[in-house]
Design a protein around this ligand. Sequence first.
Ligand SMILES: [Zn+2]
Ligand SMILES: [Zn+2]
Length: 282
Amino acid sequence: MVLLGAHVSISGSIALSVDRARELGCTTFQIFTRNPRGWISKKLKDEEVEEFVRRRREAGYEVVVAHMPYLPNVASPEALSWRRSVKSLAEELQRCEMLGLDYLVCHIGSHMGKGIERGIAQVARAVNETISRVEAKCMILLENMAGQKNSVGSYFPQIRAILDKVDDQKRVGVCLDTCHLYAAGYDISVKEGLEKTLSEFDESVGLKALKVLHLNDSRGKLGSHLDRHEHIGRGYIGEEGFRVIVNHKSLRGLPMILETPQDEYGGYEVDLEVVRRLLHDA
Ligand SMILES: [Zn+2]
Ligand SMILES: [Zn+2]
C-alpha cells in the first residue's frame, strides 16, 4: 500500500483530524498537535488523547506525523530564544508520544547571521537535550530548508553534520520536502537530477535516515531559495517531475504528505487525485 496523505486541520478537536484524513482517502496524514502560531500550548486532556487514539485505531492508520509549530528556531544563536525553542520541541515530543504519533517533523532553522557552524551546533545541542529529557518512541525528523538566507540544513552535508553530533541517532531522522529541495537548487524536476540528488543524499546522509517525504510543487524557480508551495503539477517541478518522484524505488515506500495550498484552484482532494493518477500511470 502506498502511504499518501496530507497535512489536515485539528480544528474542533484533534480526533477530527482522523475523520478529515479519511474523507480525503488518505492512507497517512500529518497534523499540528496545537495552534502552530503561538508559543503556548494547552495541556492535552486524557479524553482528547483517548478519542484520537480510538479513531485512529478504528481507521487503521499505521503512520501519523506531527509538524512542529512555526515560531521555535532550534538553530538560534541567542540563548533565550534557543532555550524557548528547546522547551517547545521537548513539549511537542511529549505531546506526540501521548498521542502515539510516529514522527515529529522540525524545520532545521536559521543561524540568524552567526554562521552555519554555529547553527549546526545549536541544532544538535537542541536535539540532544530534547531526547535526553523526553523518553519517546516518536522520532524527531529534521526537515530540509529551502536555502533561505541564514538557513541551516538546506544542503545535505549540513544535515549530516548535525546528525554526526547527535548522541542517539536511532531517535532522529530526516524529512525531505520536494519544494524546499528544488528551491535550494536540487533539480528534482528531471530524472537525471533526481537520481543525482538521491545519490548525493545517500552518500552524505544515508537513505536509511529518510523517513517522510513532503510532496509540494514549487512556486519559486530552481535555486530561488523561496519556500512557496504550489499545487502538484502547477509549479516548476511539474507533473512529469512528480511522476518520477512518487514512483522512484527509493521513495515509493515512504509516507508522502501534501502541504499544498487550499485556494480557488482547490484543496487537497485535487492534489491527491493528481498524485494517485501519477502513481497509477507508472
Ligand atoms: Zn514541509
Ligand atoms: Zn515549506
